[in-house]
Design a protein around this ligand. Sequence first.
Ligand code: COA
Length: 287
Amino acid sequence: MPCMFQPDLLLNKRILITGGGTGLGKAAARRFLELGAEVYICGRREEVLSATKQELAERTGGRIHARRCDVRDAAAVEEMIGVIWADGPLDVLMNNAAGNFLARTEDLSLGAFQSVIGIVLMGSLHATLACGRRWLAAKRPAVVLNVTTTYTNTGSAYVVPSAVAKAGVQALTRSLAVEWGDRCIRMNAIAPGPIPTEGAFSRLLPRPELEQAAKDRNPLGRFGTPEEFANLAAFLVSDGSGYINGEVVTMDGGEWLQGAGEFSVLGRQLTNDEWERMKPGKPGKNS
Ligand code: COA
């Protein structure tokens, strides 16, 4: 698919993507580099970061830096942001680092909750505060893009630490969009639905037939792609979307609406004959 943006859309923008070594963060890093940005990625695994840095530098010819950092550690995040700022201020922070696992909530240890909430909620907070305080002190416009999920409003069984943490990130997004908006800091979020990436997806859909069931219940009949996610991310961090603030953009093919609509499921349960019989002038299904 040809690139939908002008090639210099993000020229010289300096962007940090947490969890940028893999999955959706890596896809966004690639797109940002292709559009002229200078990209910093961080994550917990040095070897993964180095491999991604090398791969994306070769593919795009762009400027990419990688640094090991566990976003749960506030001091480590502060140190990383200080090192980045020594080269120059960031223009964009993308809080993408996440952790999740399928489990019955009663089986989870406190450590399991702390791990996911630490990465998703506290990690986003650490990076946002470290960058935000610098932007505010320098009166510098900037953009934060958070990655949430489609179950922030509804909650979801079996991923409770993630649901709790992502709901917090959504609240952070909307709160700071207002509090910092008057200082020209925009804050938005993407709520992605099912998008296959290495690692995360196999953990969340452990059997192949569950993947097909997930596609079947999606109105578009397919999963999203990392490239579609990256395109939306590029749009939201670009100056052209400058009046979008405090927004959570859902990209899930309509999956959550399909689940929410009381009668939506009937499309797959009623036969053609039954639809025909419900038309005006036809005998009703109970007649
Ligand atoms: N089910 C239940 N509990 C689990 C678990 C699972 N599948 N995996 C880990 N835990 C618990 C551990 O038992 C531990 O709790 P304890 O200290 O009370 O024993 C706690 O979570 C931390 O586990 P640890 O092995 O130290 O992992 P971590 O904190 O280094 O990393 C993740 C946790 C979730 C980040 C890790 O599993 C991971 O890297 N996942 C891949 C990335 C990912 O999930 N992305 C999702 C994007 S949606």
